[in-house]
Ligand binder design. Structure first.
Ligand SMILES: [Zn+2]
Length: 446
């Protein structure tokens, strides 16, 4: 029997993937008539023409062609979306080494930023993108630390890479600064740079009193300013929110109230929000409903949070460090899952592989039975939240950017690393290997 990784994919860009099992959530409501199995997947024939999905039909009903591939019920997913990562910080180990704490992440990043030349950033960000592409990621939103001394270089590199990777990995960037920066002269310039670069405006409310001297009672004024500035520049926003185990450092309801108060019209994504899970049940419910009313979506990044939150020396953590995802979903808040930091001062692990992030997140969040919301969070829901046009859905007319797995069921999918997956870009097999870590030796040696 042919090994999955040895499946022959025609280079013509025109063939039928027969008996492909697709989680119906990827159809995004477009194929209501198809029968689904107990895991919410449908068995279909996918007709690929000119690198696009030309047709989706019940298995066995597509017209046969000479180059057809019978997948015998194996899973086909869209290429995946990582809605929240930090390509600018990544791949610096051992030049910077995390110590497992949030303070260590902030200090280590502050020190490493001094080495962020154009060449250094380009090498590391390219490395991260090559990992992502080989694993089957089709779209990435990266945050870029956007302090005055770094931002011009970081955004230059980002714009170059966005152009280079167009058609393979769709890239977005978020200009990330603490909210207090919007009171400074640089904070008045940054939104223009972000708008010219077609980016998203970022801001962090994490422990803002601790790092920036702005107590929570100043936060309302800072949020007013932030949403006014973003609105004036026509920007969407993506914030780092409440990455804290202190229930009192709770800014998510203030953000929702600020959106409603200012009438902000752009998209709002709140990342992390982990201390929501430490509030009492009534507060969690009220806050989730407020977020839904304000149209706020939430991104959750379980892999670095499990590593960073509730870590104390010689003590096993007592909570999982993630936000109240099930309660947010129940209130109608759109949820996306992100990979976040990768081999940097905040988090030493990761490979920009959302299959790995998904498998871990499902377990950490108990986001299963069914797995549909978790799949949406790295596919169609994520695409809608971020506005990625070409990724995360399997619909007629979409690019044939797909992942073919050896697993036939979602259970089989969850139990193995899927390292024999086949990635298609516009219907053709991606053969680029994962980059070799040795390529980074020279830049990390300085
Ligand atoms: Zn982040």
């Amino acid at each position: 029997m042919t090994q999955h990784k040895d499946l022959r994919i025609p280079n013509t860009g025109a063939y039928v993937l027969r008996h492909a099992r697709v989680p119906a959530v990827f159809f995004d409501g477009a194929m209501p008539g198809l029968a689904q199995d107990s895991e919410g997947c449908a068995l279909v024939d996918l007709t690929i023409t000119d690198g696009k999905i030309a047709g989706i039909a019940a298995a066995g009903s597509a017209a046969p062609g000479p180059d057809d591939i019978d997948l015998t019920g194996r899973l086909v997913w869209s290429t995946l979306i990582d809605i929240h990562t930090h390509l600018d910080k990544g791949q610096v180990i051992p030049r910077a080494m995390p110590d497992g704490t949030l303070d260590g992440g902030a200090i280590g990043t502050f020190e490493d930023r001094k080495r962020w030349t154009h060449a250094d950033m380009r090498a590391r960000m390219s490395f991260g993108l090559r990992c992502a592409y080989a694993h089957g990621m089709g779209a990435i939103r990266t945050h870029l630390d956007s302090q005055e001394e770094n931002a011009p270089t970081s955004w230059d590199v980002f714009r170059e890479l966005r152009d280079e990777w167009a058609g393979r990995v769709e890239l977005q960037a978020v200009g990330l600064v603490p909210l207090t920066f919007f009171r400074t002269p640089w904070g008045k310039e940054l939104p223009g740079l972000v708008a010219r670069s077609k980016g998203v405006l970022g801001g962090t409310t994490d422990a803002i009193g601790y790092y920036d001297g702005a107590r929570n009672d100043e936060l309302v004024a800072l949020l007013n300013l932030f949403f006014e500035v973003a609105g004036a520049h026509g920007l969407d926003v993506d914030m780092h929110v409440d990455q804290s185990d202190d229930p009192a450092a709770f800014s998510l309801p203030l953000i929702a109230e600020a959106v409603l108060r200012t009438g902000f019209k752009g998209k709002v994504l709140a990342g992390h929000c982990v201390n929501l899970a430490l509030q009492d049940e009534a507060t969690i419910k009220r806050t989730a409903e407020l977020c839904a009313k304000a149209g706020i979506a939430v991104s959750t990044m379980p892999t670095p949070m499990v590593y960073l939150q509730d870590r104390k020396p010689n003590r096993t953590p007592r909570w999982r460090g993630v936000t109240a995802v099930s309660e947010l979903l129940a209130a109608g808040v759109p949820i996306a899952i992100g990979g976040d930091n990768c081999r940097d001062a905040w988090f030493p692990y990761g490979d920009h592989d959302m299959v790995d992030t998904f498998q871990q997140s499902v377990r950490v969040l108990q986001l299963d039975h069914p797995l549909t919301p978790a799949i949406a969070g790295i596919g169609p829901a994520s695409a809608k939240i971020a506005g990625f046009a070409g990724t995360g859905r399997i619909v007629a007319g979409a690019k044939a950017d797909l992942i073919l797995f050896a697993a036939r069921t979602l259970n089989e999918f969850m139990c193995r690393p899927q390292s024999d997956r086949i990635v298609l870009n516009v219907g053709r097999r991606v053969t680029d290997p994962l980059p070799d870590y040795a390529e980074l030796d020279a830049i990390l040696a300085v």
